[in-house]
Design a protein around this ligand. Sequence first.
Ligand code: FES
Length: 412
Amino acid sequence: MTDLSQPGSQSGAQLQSSTAAAVPPPLWLLAELTYRCPLHCAFCYNPLDYTDHNRELTTGQWLDVLREARALGAVQLGFSGGEPLVRDDVEVLVEEAHRLGFYTNLITSGVGLTDQRLGDLKAAGLDHIQLSFQDSTQQLNDFLSSTRTFELKQRVAAALKRHGFPMVMNCVLHRYNLPHVDKIIEMALALGAEYLELANTQYYGWARENQAQLMPTREQLEEAEAVVARYRQTHGERCKIFFVVPDYFERRPKRCMNGWGAVFLGVAPDGAALPCHAARGLPGLTLPNVKDMPLREIWYESDAFNRFRGLQWMKEPCRSCDEKEHDLGGCRCQAFLLTGDAANADPVCDKSPFHENVVKIVRQAASQTEATVAAREQPILFRNDANSRKLAAAAREPGAAGDNRASPGGQS
Ligand code: FES
């Protein structure tokens, strides 16, 4: 950090403007309003220890975040969680966001989205709602979320259309529902979805805990991709289908978050500012909090947002790689989870000395699928407060967590 008290050093304003000139402003603000959620999805990206961070910002504090982010230059705003609708101030936040000129998106399970709230959100200026489904079948939808919400989601989908929102459906894909991709697309078409996002599971948070159960095989993925390609040809005009590929099956990593501290700024329920969704899991990274620091300072000057910004932080093989400006070294969280050091190359890259760690996971998934039935009997750890507390305790005191898993045959 520059010592601003020394002669010749830049003033705060100079430093800010020179830094601001080099670093573009954030474009996308993700407001994670709460970690509370009526669903308990096995692939949730929320931190395992979310129960340790559940003191939520007030309405006033969120309004300040929105104003500061807009002043910084952010234009796109997602409200997520947990389930954002468990808060009763979403309408107030949407109204202010709309007034500020944000393009707003509510990312929801649909639980709590009544006709009344839909009308109020429409009146407040909400642009876009993304409704999640877990599967095309009630059994799997309800099993994976550990709730009985399938029929409710169908009703909410119809209500979205009635209120004139574009229907954006999201379904996270994994070993269990990849074979149903055709049925999931058919369901989206039947419900009148204009957009369908089929997002293969990214293995952070709870999904990482359940990776052995959720990882698909290469064959499953290729078949699903072929199905998607067929539907795009026949129904592409009616429904735009996005298929987000899982990078474990690639030889080059994804350009995660389009670069660390480049476009994305997340704010967690307790006010922690996040350079990526999963940044809370990186040890040694002190996340600045919007309660203590202006957003501008967080974005341009905090250690957390500068740690992996640009190319300077890279070690070999990234440092001398001629593809580094393309993938920016891949994903920091994946590098940490699979190599133990967030500054390593993402091991998805076959130039990484740790690439074998990824190959091993893919190989294990392939061998498990040979016994599909047996794999389905394997336990899953659901995202809920009890499990979060146990995992948080386990992280503090290894061995403290108990086994609280359930098999796909029944609800947890
Ligand atoms: Fe954190 Fe990719 S999820 S950098």
